[in-house]
Design a protein around this ligand. Structure first.
Ligand code: IPE
Ligand code: IPE
Ligand code: MG
Length: 259
């Protein structure tokens, strides 16, 4: 095979994941601040670079057959950041909402915002609602966790059940009241930035998720690294507490509720 032809074939192969990708991938996109600090830039420059990486990774996910991506964008604890950083994150969100409005048809993605958005400015909340409305017929799902905390989410679910008069909640009752109810539990959770913790992300839903941690700072995360993780995932034997060691994971079985 001539070298140029080989090169083109390789390029074509690398554009999307060839195996069976997980159906639902969640990301803790961590390391934006350190990425900027390493370059002597303000932390907000790291968040801007991180938003660009997010676009690329979400495209790679869709092209690989991932139906749902859930991203941790702002935690209930992130209000501890400086006013300047919080304002920069809100202004990036504003820009991101406009980008979604421009591209949602082409991206065929239904966007949901998970978390308590009451502390955000009214214009942002109105835009969030608008984005959720105009994208609601699309096939792919993007969950943006915003002012989200796993513990707060469970409390919220329990309070709804109590308002409904449920005295003895079953697991499925709680799952049904979580923000993630429409798209279920993630098959894998990927955390960039070197820390090995969940930082209050999807605490209930992580029960049987496969966890992947990488030292790569989020703005440097590439689709090649994503595909390496998918390849490892596709070889994982997900036993769910059982013992059938012959069944290899054949395709990102999602343990939660899916549409
Ligand atoms: C993650 O990057 C993004 C948000 C929390 C919004 P960080 O801002 O936490 O970056 P590091 O961990 O300080 O490098
Ligand atoms: C987790 O990252 C939250 C998001 C990615 C939005 P943090 O940077 O806030 O987590 P900790 O402080 O390292 O646990
Ligand atoms: Mg961090």
């Amino acid at each position: 095979m001539p070298d140029l032809f080989k090169f083109l074939k390789k390029k074509e192969k690398s554009s999307s994941f060839e195996g069976t990708a997980p159906k639902h991938v969640a990301f803790i996109l961590d390391g934006n601040g350190r990425w900027a600090q390493k370059r002597l830039l303000p932390r907000k420059a790291g968040h801007k670079a991180g938003a660009e990486t997010l676009e690329k990774i979400l495209t790679a996910c869709r092209e690989s057959g991932v139906r749902t991506a859930t991203v941790y964008a702002f935690s209930t604890e992130n209000w501890k950041r400086t006013d300047d950083e919080v304002a920069a994150l809100i202004s990036l969100l504003d820009v991101y909402l406009d980008t979604i409005l421009k591209r949602h048809e082409a991206e065929n993605t239904r966007v949901r915002f998970l978390g308590d958005n009451s502390p955000f400015p009214d214009e942002i909340r109105a835009k969030i609602k608008h984005v959720e409305d105009v994208t609601k017929e699309h096939f792919y799902n993007l969950n943006v966790c915003l002012n989200y905390g796993g513990r707060a989410e469970i409390c919220h679910a329990v309070n709804i059940l109590s308002e409904k008069g449920v005295k003895e909640a079953a697991e499925k009752d709680i799952s049904a009241e979580l923000y993630t109810a429409p798209t279920g539990d993630p098959d894998i959770i990927i955390r960039t930035g070197g820390e090995h913790r969940l930082s209050n992300f999807l605490l209930w839903q992580a029960s049987y998720a496969e966890l992947f941690f990488t030292d790569t700072l989020w703005p440097d995360f590439t689709k090649e690294e994503l595909f390496d993780i998918f390849a490892k995932f596709s070889k994982t034997n997900r036993r769910y507490g059982g013992y059938d060691d012959k069944t290899e994971n054949k395709g990102g079985i999602t343990s939660g509720v899916t549409e």
